[in-house]
Design a protein around this ligand. Structure first.
Ligand code: IPM
Ligand code: MN
Length: 355
């Protein structure tokens, strides 16, 4: 199989973790006789430095002509500490999601048995957890208008907006996953307070009744869901939620897994699919060869499976990651004092795939 992949390393640890994911894709290509061609493009702070735009037109064109997109991370402390900055790296990521129409973001959580002690939660609570967060990615408070400041500059507003159609399309994605999993969807919202959440409930209930009566559907307020996620993570199968709640809850889910450095994601939409780790650019670790490459390598596995239909290859990558972890070969976020860095961990996984 021949595929063109747009590769967007981004900022911070992005280039280091992406290098390992590309090495893994090359190992898969060699072992299974595929040809993957990579076209690199800039996004985030590095793109602002290069051309003043966090999502340059050229990057968009490279994404549009690729079969799938592999993305690292964006963000830079020089912008975090400057709330007045007019152009921000995050705008690049948000514009990319919006212009590629990436409305459904899937974040799978399934702790490794050999890593249960890496979670600060009790083993018996975490063991056997297996759920996905389906996060709506192109709507809500991240994008709603109006947003900004009033004339005085002393009042700020971000509007949360959802249309029925935006809810429907991501709800279908969640129900379809549930059909292939344990058949349960939990809609997480704040319907006791927010009108958008009430529209979510109404819309999701309607789709459930008409199209997926065999799936079980329940509802949970987001504050309660955050508590349940750490106290009873096994209760969840598919969590369907809006953009901001999904962002927050998926970081919480990193605690269940032992490290946020292990959670990949896939984003699907109208134009293309994109694969990225859920963690950020971790600037304190940039250039130090300590960042965990596994979330990005597992994102590449999701690409193989979901974008290219290469299930056997994806499984080989997932098995190689699991073996590296159970062999104690991974970075210090999950193996305290580990002598294995980003490169050595990636290389170990490459060698398993090629063996
Ligand atoms: C994520 C990140 C982004 C988000 C940031 C970097 C804009 O936290 O992908 O979860 O909030 O969506
Ligand atoms: Mn986030």
């Amino acid at each position: 199989m021949k595929k063109n992949i747009a590769v967007l390393p981004g900022d911070g640890i992005g280039p280091e973790i992406i290098a390992q994911a590309v090495a893994v894709l090359d190992a898969v290509a060699e072992r299974y006789g595929h040809e993957f061609n990579y076209e690199y493009a800039q996004i985030g702070a590095c793109a602002i430095d290069a051309c003043g735009d966090p999502y340059p037109q050229e990057t968009h064109e490279i994404c549009m002509r690729a079969d799938a997109i592999l993305f690292g991370s964006i963000g830079d402390p020089k912008y975090d500490n400057d709330p007045a900055a007019k152009v921000r790296p995050e705008q690049g990521l948000l514009r990319m999601r919006k212009s590629l129409g990436l409305y459904a973001n899937i974040r799978p959580v399934k702790p490794y048995d050999s890593l249960l002690d890496a979670s600060p939660l009790k083993n018996e609570r975490v063991a056997g957890s297996d759920f996905i967060v389906v996060r709506e990615l192109t709507g809500g408070i991240y994008f709603g208008e109006p947003r900004g400041r009033d004339a005085s500059g002393n009042t700020a507003f971000d509007n949360c907006v959802y249309s029925r159609e935006e809810i429907e399309r991501v709800a279908h994605v969640a129900f379809q996953y549930a059909l292939r999993r344990r058949g349960k969807v939990t809609l997480v919202d704040k319907a006791n307070v927010l009108e958008t959440s009430r529209l979510w409930r109404e819309t999701v209930k309607r789709i459930h009744q008409s199209d997926y009566p065999g799936v079980s559907l329940d509802f949970m307020f987001v504050d309660n869901a955050a508590m349940k996620m750490v106290s009873n993570p096994k209760d969840f199968d598919v969590i369907l939620t809006e953009n901001m709640f999904g962002d927050i809850l998926s970081d919480v889910s990193g605690v269940i897994n032992g490290s946020i450095g292990l959670i990949p994601s896939a984003s699907f939409g109208k134009e293309r699919s994109l694969f990225e780790p859920i963690h950020g650019s971790y600037p304190q670790a940039a250039g130090r060869d300590i960042a965990n490459p596994i979330a990005t390598i597992l994102s590449a596995a999701m690409m193989l499976e979901d974008a290219f239909g290469l299930s056997e290859e994806a499984q080989a990558v997932k098995d190689a990651c699991a073996k590296a972890i159970s062999d104690g070969v991974c970075t210090e976020d999950i193996i305290p004092g580990s002598r294995y860095g980003t490169k050595a961990t990636g290389q170990y996984i490459v060698d398993i795939i090629k063996a």
